[in-house]
Design a protein. Structure first.
Length: 375
């Protein structure tokens, strides 16, 4: 048997490990920020019809441009954000991971640089490396907020080709102020030949009241890209449908790197069926937000704290030894995510029963595992 390291791998891939949250058989899997609510029966019925219809045409390649789906996605964005988003501004792919990969293929690549404010979504640096660009860690304050002056100075100095802002941020949970995003855009684009700013809004539907989407910044900002997904609020992680909104020229640029027929007819049909049930699907968002807030409210009583969350998860601490606390929760049937931040763990807000199980387990382990509250 040959080991991977004996293969003629690209040098920048050597020594790397594949991305992967543990997929363990456990009673309460609260580690991958999925929506635990089952799909409504009416959608399941419509999916059967839509998929059967699409199956009849499987001898043909799918619509390469995903025209109808992009129109539906533009309609959804326009309706929920109040911003007019045209189909020509929307692009879709197999999960927002693929959307981000296409962005990096078009605007990153060999000899170029991407910058993101860590800790953030761990796939940003991984996709950056896989597509051949260098990665630079952007700075955050100790409380995980972005210091606008320091961040814009760093962007001016590094002059990256791609900048990532995750809002709400994963794994910390907090949405980024629009002023911060606008300032980063200005810092990035103050010279000719500057890069693109990607705002990853995978969790935006869960944001607290008053949070405004970066879609509102699109007019007049041709290098701004807002990426979204149906994996979280829509509860369709298994569908693999991500999308973005940007200037139509960005969408044109992505055509240069996308594989032909990348989005199967079945995926397009299923996504359109789901979008026709948007209101029912998004009804679970308020339920999940209530569970998130219940987790946040329960923590101080256990001598623990959290980072303000606009997402369907909570980063909680401060733990003396997060790896030990992770194991202690797992021993009680609750799988959370160790995101590699000393003193912190991330839990997905799920159903009421899941929150109950998590809070009970955490209550049991907190006396032994909590650390000092100061950071
Ligand atoms: C911030 C962020 N962006 C993007 C994704 C990728 O989502 P998907 O590829 O399922 O659309 C995730 C998934 O966890 C995420 O946390």
């Amino acid at each position: 048997m040959t080991s991977m390291e004996e293969l003629p791998l690209r040098p920048e891939l050597r020594g790397r490990t594949p991305y992967g949250a543990p997929q363990l058989a456990v009673r309460h899997a609260l580690n991958t920020n999925e929506n635990p609510h089952p799909l409504p029966k009416s959608l399941l019925a419509d999916l059967q019809v839509a998929l059967a219809e699409a199956a009849r045409g499987l001898n043909r390649y799918p619509d390469r441009e995903a025209t109808a789906l992009r129109a539906d996605l533009a309609g959804y964005l326009t309706r929920t954000s109040g911003e007019q988003v045209e189909p020509a501004q929307v692009w879709a792919a197999n999960g927002s991971n693929e959307v981000l990969q296409q962005v990096l293929q078009a605007f990153g690549g060999a000899g170029r640089t991407a910058l993101g404010f860590t800790p953030s979504y761990s796939m940003h640096p991984i996709i950056t490396a896989a597509t051949g660009a260098a990665w630079v860690d952007g700075h955050r304050r100790a409380d995980f907020t972005i210091d606008v002056a320091a961040a814009t100075a760093q962007v001016r100095q590094v002059r990256p080709d791609v900048v990532f802002v995750t809002s709400p941020n994963n794994p910390t949970g907090t949405a980024v102020e629009l002023d911060t995003i606008a300032a980063l855009y200005d810092a990035l684009t103050y010279t000719d030949g500057a890069g693109v700013l990607v705002v990853d809004e995978a969790y935006t539907e869960f944001a607290r009241k008053g949070t405004v989407s970066a879609l509102s910044l699109l007019p007049g900002r041709p290098r701004l890209i807002v990426s979204r997904t149906m994996s979280k609020a829509f509860g369709m992680a298994g569908l693999r449908l991500g999308y973005l909104a940007a200037d139509p020229a960005v969408v044109d640029a992505l055509q240069l790197v996308r594989l032909p027929y990348h989005l199967s007819s079945l995926t397009q049909a299923a996504a359109r069926a789901a979008l026709a049930h948007t209101d029912e699907l998004l009804a679970t968002v308020d339920v999940v937000k209530a569970e998130r807030d219940r987790i946040v409210d329960a923590l101080p009583g256990m001598g623990l704290t959290s980072v303000p969350s606009d997402a369907n998860f909570v980063l909680f601490g401060h733990l003396a030894d997060s790896a030990a606390a992770w194991q202690a929760l797992l021993d009680r049937g609750v799988l959370v995510r160790d995101v590699g931040l000393p003193g912190w763990l991330r839990v997905t807000a799920g159903t009421t029963e899941e929150t109950d199980a998590f809070l009970t387990a955490l209550g049991e382990i907190a006396p032994e595992h909590r650390g000092a509250l100061e950071r």
